[in-house]
Design a protein around this ligand. Structure first.
Ligand code: PLP
Length: 412
């Protein structure tokens, strides 16, 4: 038996059936007409954001990183709940606009923005978080040609890292942002070039579960923003503090203490340098806002054994939910939280079962030797923590199976 990650709080059952947004999992699958499907619970997202806002300083902005989950109905909801969207492609720009996000509330980060993307961003009036000197030159030239005043921020590759983060995106040589020691010079250049100065974007990492590390990174981020602003001699309208708030996926992972983080951030901001006194601050979060709200439901097609090991073969797999298979940014494969949705809370069988997807590759393993109730063909497996980096972050075309259905429930 190998352990699984913790099932997120708030999932209940009725007569043994997992409820998602108050609806039975089997009924949701029947209504969708097919499995596999992703179900996102709007109420959980609302509650999550309300709790986060309550814990954070009152005037702190909250941005959503669209890449975590760009499902259009979910974006429509997010547009009503957050202060801004952070996007990373022209495809995400189109989605943000369709969700009704005003251009003044969208910022575009990410390396490798093409001229076509820069142009679309200029026309939409969104903020470009510059990733390099070369990108700055291209956008200034394009803006000049189009007669549009660009809104520009500088993404800084910080000279520190977010310790213990699952994916480090700052500290050391990085393709993201401009090294802190050259960021001031670039800011002076874009301001001198006539751009509307939007401020700093400082993103130090992702998926951190250590509140102390987040607090330290936030304090270092505010200090860096102050140092750079002094160097430039200009107050930034916005300091995007990045995010990095992690969620518990694996055995032993503990949810973040956001109250402690909010209190520390409040103190950091209260003591900020004079040049930042009029600046706004924002967090940009992806998975923290949506991961727990999502459940991937996939049906058992076959149950078999091999050399004494039991396998449950499902109609989904890593082509929809790559992260649960352990092939998305993890070094050692560990189990996501899983359950049998139609026997939720029932006692596990004596024997462990390995839940594998329908792809013809040994990588396609959703649960390795896990304790589940006796599994039969037709049962529904629920893979939790599927609200972020699921459908859109998985190789949907691999092996030619159909894409997963996605639905948002709990909307009133
Ligand atoms: C990926 C990314 C995010 C979102 O990260 P999460 O871990 O999902 O919160 C935010 N900002 C930037 C710049 C990113 O690249």
């Amino acid at each position: 038996m190998k352990p699984m990650g913790p099932i997120p709080a708030g999932f209940e059952s009725e007569a043994g059936m997992l409820l998602i947004g108050g609806r039975g999992a089997a009924a949701l699958a029947d209504e969708a007409g097919e499995t596999p499907l992703f179900v996102y619970d709007a109420t959980m997202i609302r509650n999550r954001i309300a709790a986060l806002r309550a814990a954070m300083p009152a005037d702190l902005g909250l941005h959503y990183a669209v890449k975590a989950n760009p499902f259009p109905h979910l974006l429509d909801l997010m547009a009503t709940l957050v202060d801004g969207f952070d996007i990373a492609s022209s495809g995400e720009l189109a989605l943000a606009m369709e969700a009704g996000m005003g251009g003044d509330r969208v910022s575009f980060a990410g390396p490798g923005k093409t001229d076509r993307e820069l142009e679309a961003a200029l026309h939409a009036g969104i903020t470009l978080n510059l990733e390099s000197e070369g990108e700055a030159s291209r956008v200034l030239a394009l803006a000049d040609r189009k007669g549009i005043r660009p809104r520009l921020a500088v993404r800084v590759n910080p000279d520190f890292e977010l310790k213990g983060s699952g994916m480090r995106m700052g500290g050391g040589a990085k393709p993201f942002g401009i090294d802190a020691d050259r960021a001031g010079e670039l800011a002076r250049r874009v301001i001198g070039g006539g751009a509307e100065w939007r401020g700093w974007h400082i993103f130090a990492g992702s998926q951190a579960l250590d509140p102390e590390a987040i607090m330290a990174a936030q304090a270092a981020t505010v200090a860096l923003a102050a140092r750079l602003s002094d160097e430039v001699g200009s107050a930034p309208p916005l300091v995007n503090l990045g995010g990095g708030f992690g969620v518990p996926y694996f055995p032993g992972d503990v949810p973040l203490d956001i109250t402690a983080i909010g209190t520390a951030l409040g103190e950091t901001l209260a003591q900020r340098a004079d040049i930042l006194k009029e600046s706004h601050f924002a967090l940009e979060l992806g998975r923290y806002l949506v991961a727990e709200s999502g459940v991937y439901l996939t049906r058992i097609v076959d149950v078999k054994s091999s050399q004494g090991e039991r396998f449950a073969v499902v109609d989904g797999g890593l082509h929809h939910q790559l992260a649960a298979s352990g092939n998305f940014g993890t070094v050692v494969r560990r189990n996501y939280p899983l359950a049998l949705a139609n026997r939720f809370g029932a006692l596990p069988a004596d024997e462990p079962v390995t839940v594998v997807g329908c792809l013809c590759t040994p990588l396609d393993r959703l649960g390795d030797a896990v304790a589940l109730p006796p599994a039969e063909v037709g049962d529904l497996v629920a893979v939790f923590m599927a609200g972020a980096y699921g459908a859109s972050a998985s190789p949907a075309s691999f092996l030619g199976h159909v894409p997963a259905i996605e639905i948002l429930v709990g909307e009133d």
